[in-house]
Design a protein around this ligand. Structure first.
Ligand code: SAH
Length: 359
């Protein structure tokens, strides 16, 4: 099919690209070569894809494009974490973070510009939602970070824990996971991907039926409906009881577990009684708990508990047989840690000022 808009190969799964080549009258296997150039070698200029014929290369350059987020700025933490501010084709900004030695390399990706969930302790939530990312923009973060961090052809993990709620952008997120997994591309198995969600229930139920399933992390953060209603507002729609029932039914693989994230807010949800309630709630779910001591920020009306309080809480859980870990905050000095990702979306502002505000 001939159209005026060039096909954006960053958005295509391999079979779609094969079909597009067939439509051009070219053999389908060239699609695999193009995938290898893009994902394994970081090449996005068709002219440089030297195992394709010259004529095909110039036709591709006319009829297709490969949109790639631009690095507007990057910043490195003392702990080696690197935060990237990326500019998308329409001028919007998102952030993605590379975290080394965690234990391997981990890439933390955004799934939306902003977020609609408005969790009370999260800066991204303060932005509200601007728009969903496309599958190509989600995968594009991986292409840019692997190139910039020298991870081409290396193994790494992915966490969908940047800006946005992945289950509020279901189609694009799942398509991105399929593109990432392609054996001619990045070959990232879903086992190396963790999807973190507040628990958008219909989408969670749908995820349970996918052939292709990432690891699951649930942002629980609270042990009573009343409190979670306030901290994680979507709880008013899909409460703890329903959410945990869905988790009980979730088809987790043998030897795997659902991670429950629990942000710790001093004097709010960090008492031993909270810990006991948490252990009771998770009874019967193959689970582990990841405690996230709050990363404080201006405009966030909560305090991070002391290390002692965190350790006491962890011990109550451990004594009840719950596997528990405390998340190390990485990149706090560059505001790259959980809940600290925020970009100004206002288009009217001069880019310089926008960046200055962000960083
Ligand atoms: N929307 C998804 C993924 C985004 S954030 C989700 O909510 O799960 C990844 C984790 O960081 C979530 O558990 C989120 O609640 C947590 N988080 C948000 N703000 C935080 C903060 N200020 N300090 C510590 N963790 C925070």
């Amino acid at each position: 099919m001939l159209t005026n808009t060039p096909l954006d190969v960053s958005e295509t799964e391999l079979p779609e690209l094969e079909q597009a080549l067939a439509d051009l009258g070219s053999p389908r296997f060239h699609a695999r070569q193009i995938f290898q150039w893009i994902y394994r070698r970081g090449v996005t200029d068709f002219g440089e894809m030297t195992d394709l014929g010259i004529e095909l290369r110039s036709r591709l350059a006319q009829q297709m494009r490969i949109a790639t987020p631009e690095v507007a700025r990057h910043e490195r933490s003392v702990d080696g974490t690197t935060k990237f501010l990326l500019r998308l084709a329409d001028g919007k900004f998102i952030e993605a973070v590379g975290i080394p030695d965690s234990p391997g390399d981990t890439l933390c990706l955004s799934t939306q510009v902003g977020c609609a969930m408005r969790c009370a302790f999260c800066l991204t939530g303060k932005m509200g939602i601007d728009r969903n990312l496309t599958a190509g923009e989600i995968v594009g973060q991986v292409r840019v970070l692997t190139r910039e961090l020298g991870l081409l052809e290396r193994r790494f993990n992915i966490v969908l824990m940047g800006m946005g709620e992945p289950l509020h952008n279901y189609e694009a997120t799942m398509k991105a996971l399929r593109i990432l997994a392609d054996e001619y591309g990045l070959s990232v198995s879903p086992r190396r991907v963790t999807l973190s969600t507040v628990g958008v229930l219909p989408a969670l139920e749908r995820l349970a039926t996918e052939p292709f399933m990432p690891n699951l992390a649930i942002s629980l953060h609270s042990t009573t409906e009343e409190q979670r209603d306030l901290l994680v507002p979507i709880n008013r729609k899909y409460g703890i009881t329903e959410l945990l029932d869905a988790c009980r039914r979730f088809p987790i693989k043998r030897r795997e577990r659902i991670t429950f994230e629990y942000v710790m807010l001093q004097g709010v949800n960090d008492s031993p009684e909270d810990a006991r309630r948490l252990a009771r709630l998770l009874n019967g779910i193959r689970s582990k708990v990841n405690l996230l001591p709050l990363n404080e920020a201006a405009g966030i009306p909560f305090t991070r508990p002391s290390d002692d309080a965190v350790n006491r809480f962890a011990k109550v859980l451990a004594d009840r047989g719950v596997t528990v870990s405390v998340r190390k905050s990485r990149g706090r000095d560059i505001r790259a840690a959980c809940g600290q990702l925020i970009t100004e979306s206002s288009k009217t502002e001069a880019p310089g000022r926008r960046l200055a505000m962000m960083m």
